[in-house]
Design a protein around this ligand. Structure first.
Ligand code: UDP
Length: 309
């Protein structure tokens, strides 16, 4: 039994991680301000503290400290930039200090956003990024970049066991299903199931490489637990790029929807292409994404259907 602290443990990724941690008999504390959740999702038995992570105080010690708390969706974080930066700066330092005091393993959930509008596709961890430092996405991109820097500073200066993951567009059941919230897969599914237009930003030629949440969890477990990975930074994603237009058509066909496609303005600073170079993660974690987009979408659509009934 380990004692685990998870910030943002009520979010989409947090829920899946916390459920697994609990199933292994660990004692889990979740700190979450519920700013982007619609309801408390995890099972009984979790110690839940409703608090912003930068205000969280504890004298307890933990074996694992996992920092997930952040607004994750571009349309949402660009409307809440201060809050987003605080979670990914003071919040990160707060979690690092708890990890240091505990002599814990610290896992930071960074993002493929640290690469910005990358011109090296698929993008390896060694790519430094092409990021607008003060644009509307900067609250997230630069917050994640700062957090990586401070986590590595604790690793170098205090020899804290720090592990950093960069997830790429993870999706699956329990992703927030109201399309207003912005992320593309839940929004398109929602639009298709309700017969509304599918809103493609721009001409839909931009790409993403989507990772099903079970695959994300499998990699995350190993990154957390495998000995000898201190100081490691790894992409956790997919290298199977799809255009947003292709995604819209796939979701329309998988839902049997008659929704029309409408084209709207492209988001500012929207990355053109995104795909993960998986060489390091394959070698270091002996991991491979297993779920095809077709299968993952079908499972996610089923979950949406159940919610909407
Ligand atoms: N997108 C879209 N229509 C929508 C929502 C998103 O065309 O209604 C596009 C968005 O502009 C971006 C891609 O889908 O190019 C992925 O957006 P998402 O919000 O899922 O996350 P991102 O990968 O940009 O962080």
């Amino acid at each position: 039994m380990k004692k685990v602290l998870v910030s943002g443990g009520n979010g989409f990724l947090g829920f899946h991680l916390v459920s697994w941690l609990q199933s292994k008999g660990n004692e889990v504390t979740v700190v979450d301000d519920l700013s982007t959740s619609k309801e408390v999702a995890f099972n009984d038995g979790v110690n839940f503290v409703k608090e912003r992570i930068e205000n969280f105080e504890t004298s307890e010690k933990f074996d694992y400290v996992i920092h997930l708390a952040s607004r994750p969706s571009p349309e949402d974080y660009s409307k809440n930039p201060v809050n987003t930066l605080l979670s990914n700066s003071i919040g990160t330092i707060r979690m690092l200090d708890i990890a240091l005091f505990s002599n814990a393993t610290f896992l930071y959930t960074s993002s493929s956003e640290v690469y910005g509008n990358a011109d090296l596709i698929p993008t390896p961890e060694s790519y430094y990024g092409y990021v607008n430092p003060n644009g509307i996405r900067s609250c997230y991109d630069e917050g994640k970049r700062f957090s990586e820097a401070i986590a590595m500073a604790y690793f170098r200066q205090h020899t804290l066991d720090v592990r950093i993951q960069r997830p790429f567009n993870v999706y699956g059941p329990r992703i927030r299903e109201d399309g207003l919230y912005g992320r593309v897969i839940p929004r398109f599914i929602n639009q298709c199931l309700s017969g509304n237009d599918i809103t493609i930003h721009g001409d839909g030629s931009q790409t993403r490489s989507f990772l099903y949440v079970d695959d994300w969890l499998a990699a995350t477990k190993t990154l957390l637990e495998k000995p000898g990975l201190s100081g490691q930074v790894l992409n956790i994603g997919s290298d199977r790029e799809v255009t947003i237009k292709d995604l819209a058509e796939r979701i329309r066909s998988a839902t049997g929807s008659k929704s029309r496609i409408s084209f709207t303005d492209r988001r500012i600073d929207d990355p053109e292409r995104r795909s993960a170079d998986l060489k390091n993660v394959r070698r270091i974690l002996a991991w491979e994404p297993k779920t095809s987009l077709e299968e993952g979408l079908s499972k996610t659509i089923n979950w949406f259907r159940e919610r909407m009934e």
